[in-house]
Each structure stands twice: as structure tokens, then as C-alpha cells.
Design a protein around this ligand. Structure first.
Ligand SMILES: *Cc1c(COP(=O)(O)O)cnc(C)c1O
Length: 593
């Protein structure tokens, strides 16, 4: 391993970064991952910084009426209360207009005191037009035009701002998903130092690639960020649009941010083993490796388990591998810590919507962005079967949460269907849907339930991270094999599969598998062999908590990605060996074998 002393200085760019619950600048998993990455970077002493937008009006605050109809309110917050204003400014060009940017700083302090600054870019300055002042208001708001302007601010504005702030010795630029891909345009312009964009040589491109790495998160082509050519011309200017087209960043007449990021990076990875495989299928010309996501262990471990771990292996806060020693914690202590976490969740639910759930009843959790592929309502496919299971085997109650993007009609309809099911089940099975799912509720729900349910449509879940949060708190998963679960699943030890891994099942088969598992395995164990269930909770922490954390993940980025030269993969080694100039002294310059 390279020592931390010569670890390259890394700038991490992400459209969303979840810093803390009072700063609503994230929509879901991508932002939480970004925040957790930087928190672990700080813990490990990595010289890194983060760049994102201010999102003055946040993502949104969710309101749900009695039928589950969602309305969105701006999530107004006060940057000046939690962030430091920076004096430096920079000016970028959008549609030929000069737009002034400033930055606010948030400082993440690691377990050993090392700090990682995060810069949040802001256009709400009196010098800018009223419209330009709104460009850093809403995360994932507006139309294509608004989004492209935001990506210009993040990518081009971000690079210029780092320069203005004096961060001149950065060596690695990490793109978290394709949104920041325009950093490549800004970096190449810096390299050209005044030369025209049309004069870019292969050597310039190589210089750029040496600096950039890219993490892709999207397992389906439709999910990748794209902008029509006319719009790109209008917003960026003709010279820039032509240069991007010349560099092969367009597909079918649209600027494809994923292609731009792929072409400009020397290291590319997917966010789980399975997702890297799928990404190689989508982009066969690129060497896409895997670094599986994680979560920040201390952030996502509830107070009761933090105390428990502190008593048994206090080193776990700086070295998450100690979680493996959870195997040595007596079952009674696991049970007691979980009971505290469950009580904390049920109390908060009672305080918020008046529903009193039972501490002794098996509680199933499902909370994530309400979007169609996550299938929040798969569990509610056959309400009679659910009632029968509760009658014959044992009672259960269900806690859900999740916001639908304001333009996602299918996601909103899914929430309404969950409310319908909840109303129909109410005499037999209590179902609560908590409003305004965020980091705070994420912490409570993933730690306070007894079982974490995950039923995405395959292969849409690139990784998924909420099940990792649950695992840190000893909550096993009942999950469709997709994303991280291919690696995290050990049947009956860390949870249970819905369906088989090799071939995706039809939705009706998945539903029947899900019900059979609850009826024949999980509920009978929970009520009939409670110590066995606590044993599963314990092995879930030891096996999955110790691996699926961002400390392991950032260490893997250090070993494999944060280098200026690509780590050689097997096929590349062959290419190198076959190059004439690389042959051993005394050998002939054969180029084929
Ligand atoms: C962890 C988290 C997510 C991501 O959960 P997935 O299982 O990856 O969908 C989304 N939103 C919030 C608030 C979270 O804490």
C-alpha cells in the first residue's frame, strides 16, 4: 500500500452531498454515499476535499395527506448558520452571460482530528440576474436547461473555484456519477493555458486522464444524464460544444455525461461487484472495475450499539474491522441494545403521528426513495395472504418512508397504493408511512426494526446502502438478490434471499418467495427461537458491518483508484508486455506471439 504521506490530493465532486440532517442538500443514496465517503476520508487522514452546490432551497420537504398524496415544500435552510462564507469569487460563462460564484465551506473532522473541507457553490449574489441567482436553489429541480446550467456551475465553476481558493496542488479529481463531468472541460482548458480548444492533442487528453477517476452508479442506459446538442451550444458556446463532440462525448446527437466521464478517466468503477459486471456490458470498451459501496460506520450505528461496541472493542471507531469481533458479544447484550434502538424508533413514531406500535411484535422496515423500481408495494401484493400469515404464524407491523421526486408520477402513485393497503390492513397489521424520510429517519428506521426489506426490480439497484446501515445495527435483510446483496447475503446468517441469484424470477414468483420466507422461516424463528434470531443479528454485524462500510471502501479507492497511473489489470499487463519498447533486454521486438 502506498503510505498516506504520498497519497495524492483528491478533489471529490458530487451533485449531492449529505453533510448533516439540518442541511437538506441531498435526495438519497448518492448524496449519503458522498457524505459518508468524505467522513471516512477524514477518519483515514486522506488529503481530500469535496465540491457540490449549495441547494439553498434543498431537495424538498415532503407532506403526505391521509390518502398518501404527496406535496412538496421548499426545504429552506440558513447556510450562514452552519457554513463559513469564503471570500474568493470566480466568474463563469453561461449562455454568454457572466455569472459570479461564491463558495461556502463545511468542515468534516475525522476521528483523529484530520479535516476535510467541503465547498458548496452559490450563485445568489446581487451581481447576477434574478434567474441566475436561482441556479443553485433546487437539487434536481427545473428542466434540462436548469440542470445543464447547474452542471456547468458544478464542473466548470467548481474547478475555477478551487483555483481561486488556492487549492492548486490537487492531483486526483473524482467524479461521483456523471453530473460533474464538465470538470474535464475546465481541466483541459487549464492545461491548454490559452491555446484553443481545437488544438487539443492526444497528449493533452492523456494528461487529463491521469488526473481523473469516475464512479458510475446507474445500471440502465436511460438513467444516464444527457443534453441535446442545441442546448449545449446555447449554454456552453459553440467552441465548447464542438470540442466535446470532437472528443466523442456525444451519442445520438446528445451530450452524454457518462461517456464524457468514461473517456476522460484512467480509473472507472461500478459500486458493487455485480454492478461493475452490468456496467461492462453497457460500456464494453472501458475497463470498469468494482469497489463496493459502504456506509460511515459511526454515523449509522445507533447510540445503543455504539455503547456496546465501545465496551467490547473501543478501537472500532478508528478501525471498523473490529466489528468482526461482534461474534464475541453475548447474545443477551445484542438483544438489550436492539431493544433500546427499537424503543427509540417506536417513541419517535408515536410522537410524530400518534401511532403506537408494539415493542414485542416483529417489525419490518422499508424506507428509501419512492421510485418505481424500488417496489415499496411488492409486499402488499396479496393482502389476504399477509393477514393469514399474521393469524397463523405470528403478528408483524411495518414501517415505511420515502420521498418521490416531484416529477415522478409513478413514485407518487406507489406511495398512494401503500396508503390504500395500510387502510385495508389496519385491523390486523399496523402499517405506518413516515413523512419526510431523511438522514434522521434513516438512522432511526434502519436501526429500530427487526428486519430490513429490500425488493428492487433487478438489475436496477446498482448497490443500495440502507441494508448496510441496518446490518451495522444487527438488522438482517430479506432482499431480492441485486446490488450489494450478492456479496452480503449468506442465507440464514446475514438474512434471507427473495428468489434465486442465478436468474431473475417473475414478480409473482418473487412475491410468493417473499411470503414463504416470512411464513416458514423468519417469523417462526423470531417467535419460536428468539436466540437463533439474535444469533443472526450478531453475525450480520460481524460479517456485513465489518465490510460494508466506507472505511473499507475509501481504503480500496486509495489502493486501486487514487493513483495517477492506472493500476494494471490483467489484459493491460498483456498489452504492456506486447509493446515493443517494453520487451526485456536481449529479446527481439516481437509484437505478436
Ligand atoms: C441510506 C439512505 C438512502 C439510500 O438507501 P438505498 O437503500 O440505497 O436506496 C436514501 N435516503 C436516505 C435518507 C438514506 O439515509
Amino acid at each position: 500500500m502506498q503510505s498516506l504521506v504520498d497519497t495524492p490530493k483528491v478533489a471529490y465532486f458530487s451533485m449531492e452531498i449529505a453533510l448533516e440532517s439540518s442541511i437538506p442538500t441531498y435526495a438519497g443514496g448518492l448524496g449519503v454515499l458522498a457524505g459518508d465517503t468524505l467522513r471516512s476520508g477524514a477518519d483515514l487522514g486522506v488529503p481530500m476535499l469535496g465540491v457540490t452546490l449549495l441547494h439553498r432551497k434543498g431537495y424538498f420537504e415532503q407532506r403526505l395527506d391521509g390518502q398518501g398524496n404527496q406535496t412538496e415544500l421548499p426545504a429552506i435552510w440558513k447556510p450562514e448558520r452552519v457554513l463559513d462564507p469564503m471570500e474568493s469569487c470566480t466568474t463563469i460563462s453561461i449562455e454568454g452571460r457572466k455569472v459570479q460564484l461564491r463558495a461556502w465551506r463545511y468542515v468534516i473532522r475525522g476521528v483523529g482530528g484530520h479535516t476535510v473541507p467541503v465547498y458548496l457553490l452559490d450563485t445568489a449574489l446581487a451581481e447576477n440576474s434574478p434567474y441566475d441567482q436561482t441556479l443553485t436553489d433546487f437539487l434536481y429541480g427545473g428542466d434540462h436547461h436548469y440542470r445543464l446550467c447547474q452542471e456547468v456551475i458544478l464542473g466548470i465553476g467548481g474547478i475555477q473555484m478551487l483555483d481561486a481558493l488556492g487549492h492548486s496542488h490537487l492531483e486526483i479529481y473524482h467524479m461521483n456519477e456523471g453530473h460533474p463531468a464538465l470538470i474535464n472541460l475546465a481541466l483541459i482548458q487549464q492545461q491548454l493555458a490559452g491555446r484553443a480548444l481545437s488544438s487539443v492533442t492526444e497528449q493533452d487528453r492523456q494528461g487529463l486522464r491521469r488526473k481523473c477517476i469516475f464512479t458510475t452508479h446507474t445500471p440502465v442506459p436511460a438513467g444516464h444524464d444527457q443534453f441535446p446538442k442545441d442546448l449545449v451550444r446555447q449554454v456552453l458556446g459553440a467552441e465548447q460544444a464542438d470540442a466535446l463532440e470532437g472528443a466523442g462525448c456525444f451519442t445520438d446527437g446528445t451530450l452524454n455525461m457518462t461517456y464524457m466521464a468514461l473517456k476522460c478517466s484512467h480509473y472507472i468503477n461500478g459500486v458493487a461487484m455485480h454492478h461493475a459486471e452490468i456496467s461492462r456490458g453497457m460500456f464494453p470498451n472501458y475497463p470498469i472495475r468494482a469497489i463496493t459501496n459502504g456506509v460511515h460506520a459511526v454515523t449509522w450505528t445507533c447510540p445503543a450499539f455504539r455503547d456496546l461496541h465501545d465496551r467490547h472493542f473501543p478501537e472500532w471507531r478508528r478501525d471498523n474491522l473490529y466489528l468482526r469481533y461482534a461474534v464475541g458479544i453475548p447474545l443477551a447484550e445484542i438483544k438489550a441494545a436492539h431493544a433500546l434502538a427499537k424503543r427509540a424508533l417506536l417513541e419517535e413514531i408515536k410522537n410524530n403521528n400518534g401511532v403506537q406500535l408494539e415493542e414485542s411484535i416483529m417489525t419490518i422496515g422499508f424506507a428509501r426513495r419512492a421510485t418505481a423500481y424500488k417496489r415499496a408495494n411488492l409486499l402488499f401484493t396479496d393482502l389476504d395472504r399477509l393477514r393469514r400469515i399474521a393469524d397463523r404464524v405470528g403478528p408483524f407491523q411495518i414501517v415505511l418512508g420515502g420521498k418521490a421526486h416531484f416529477q415522478d408520477a409513478a413514485g407518487k402513485a406507489m406511495i398512494r397504493r401503500v396508503f390504500e393497503a395500510a387502510a385495508l390492513l389496519k385491523d390486523k397489521i399496523k402499517v405506518v408511512y413516515m413523512e419526510n424520510y431523511d438522514i434522521h429517519w434513516g438512522q432511526l428506521i434502519t436501526s429500530g426494526v427487526d428486519l430490513w426489506l429490500n425488493t428492487p426490480e433487478r438489475p436496477y439497484e446498482a448497490s443500495g446502502t440502507s441494508g448496510m446501515k441496518a446490518a451495522l445495527n444487527g438488522v438482517p435483510s430479506l432482499s431480492v438478490p441485486d446490488g450489494w446483496w450478492f456479496e452480503g447475503h449468506v442465507e440464514g446468517v446475514t438474512g434471507w434471499d427473495v428468489g434465486q441469484e442465478e436468474t431473475p424470477e417473475s414478480p409473482s414468483q418473487e412475491v410468493s418467495d417473499l411470503y414463504n420466507n416470512l411464513e416458514q422461516t423468519i417469523l417462526p424463528m423470531f417467535y419460536g427461537r428468539p436466540d437463533a434470531y439474535t444469533g443472526v443479528m450478531r453475525s450480520t454485524i460481524a460479517l456485513n458491518g465489518s465490510f460494508f462500510n466506507t472505511q473499507r471502501m475509501v481504503s480500496q479507492y486509495l489502493l486501486n483508484a487514487f493513483r495517477e497511473e492506472p493500476a494494471l489489470t490483467a489484459p493491460q499487463v498483456l498489452v504492456e508486455l506486447l509493446r515493443p519498447e517494453k520487451t526485456m533486454p536481449g529479446q527481439s521486438n516481437k509484437t505478436s506471439t
